[in-house]
Design a protein around this ligand. Structure first.
Ligand SMILES: Cc1ncc(C[n+]2csc(CCOP(=O)(O)OP(=O)(O)O)c2C)c(N)n1
Ligand SMILES: [Mg+2]
Length: 294
């Protein structure tokens, strides 16, 4: 995977976990712990200084993650992690700011913060753990829950269409957008690394199984079944797009059942704070034109 010999996960957990916070609140089979491992691995491979990273999160099982990392972190209010992260980056653009958020946190109550941070190309990395449900509060339907989902608030099946957050981020011009199930061990690590290294707004959406609040009610309570569901319901972007362009009508219709995965967007563009610093520099250099003639 990398040129450098990597220590195994046990060594990385020893190095990066905040031991006093253990055990985690995660249920058996929850994918959120894998996302934490993948992040440790990405940080190790990039040889980042933990004193120069700040983690931020909102509320939810996924949002508990910064508490388990031995680095500075902000565990904020539901849906507001991106607003806090923006503030941290504004105060000190030297820091790498990494947000852990849930699908409910980022697409429901925090939807507008997400939209405008992506649109403004704020230089933060958002790791969004999508388990298709409000996990922490016991399984209410989320904006990401697939049609037909059985949840405490949709006991007869969800009638709404699911929110494709990666698609939205692309439309907003985010610099980096990728989606992977946590059952893929290598690609999430690579995407987290690329996301951190990309200037501007990065979204890494990780499909993270929730056997307790989502799986149990949807006949996918056994973790193996959830992983098989991921296998059956995901398709690599290249293949998906080919079918979408050249497939038969029947093949195209079958895409309705598939979630596209892969790296969707990787653009070189100036991040918001970089542009801001540049503007200040120019204004200082042209003091007489400071107000732009206004
Ligand atoms: C303002 C506010 N509204 C509602 C809640 C209740 N609440 C806590 S976590 C949560 C949902 C979290 O879901 P998600 O972000 O998907 O994270 P998960 O637990 O699934 O990882 C909700 C609605 C809250 N804490 N604060
Ligand atoms: Mg969730």
């Amino acid at each position: 995977m990398s040129e450098k010999e990597m220590p195994d996960m046990g060594v990385l957990r020893e190095k990066y976990l905040r031991k006093g916070m253990l055990p985690t609140i995660f249920c058996n089979g929850c994918g959120h712990g894998s996302s934490l491992d993948y992040t440790f691995r990405a940080i190790e491979e990039l040889e980042l200084d933990m004193d120069k990273i700040v983690f931020a999160s909102g509320i939810g099982c996924s949002s508990r993650i910064p508490g388990y990392i031995n680095a500075d972190g902000l565990h904020t209010t539901h849906g507001r992690s991106i607003a806090f992260a923006t503030g941290v980056k504004a105060a000190n653009p030297e820091l790498d700011v990494i947000v852990f958020t849930g699908d409910g946190d980022a697409t429901g109550i925090g939807g507008n913060h997400f939209i405008h941070a992506a649109r403004r190309n704020i230089d933060i990395t958002v790791i969004l753990l999508n388990n298709f449900i409000y996990g922490m509060t016991g399984g209410q339907v989320a904006p990401t829950s697939p049609k037909g989902t059985i949840a405490t608030t949709s006991p007869h099946g969800n009638l709404e269409g699911a929110f494709d957050i990666s698609n939205l981020a692309q439309a907003l011009g985010a610099a980096y957008v990728a989606r992977w199930p946590v059952s893929y061990p290598y690609q999430p690590i690579k995407s987290i690394k690329e996301g951190i290294e990309t200037k501007g707004f990065s979204l890494i959406e990780l499909m993270s199984p929730c056997p307790t609040a989502y799986g149990r009610r949807n006949k996918l309570g056994n973790i193996q079944k959830l992983w098989e569901w991921y296998d059956d319901h995901t398709m690599l972007a290249e293949e998906y797009d080919k079918i979408n362009d050249y497939g038969t009508e029947a093949e195209k219709a079958a895409l309705e059942d598939k979630i596209k995965i892969g790296v969707f967007q990787h653009i070189k563009k100036v991040g918001f704070f970089e542009a801001y610093e540049e503007q200040i520099k120019n204004l200082m250099a042209n003091d007489d034109k400071k107000w732009g003639g206004v």
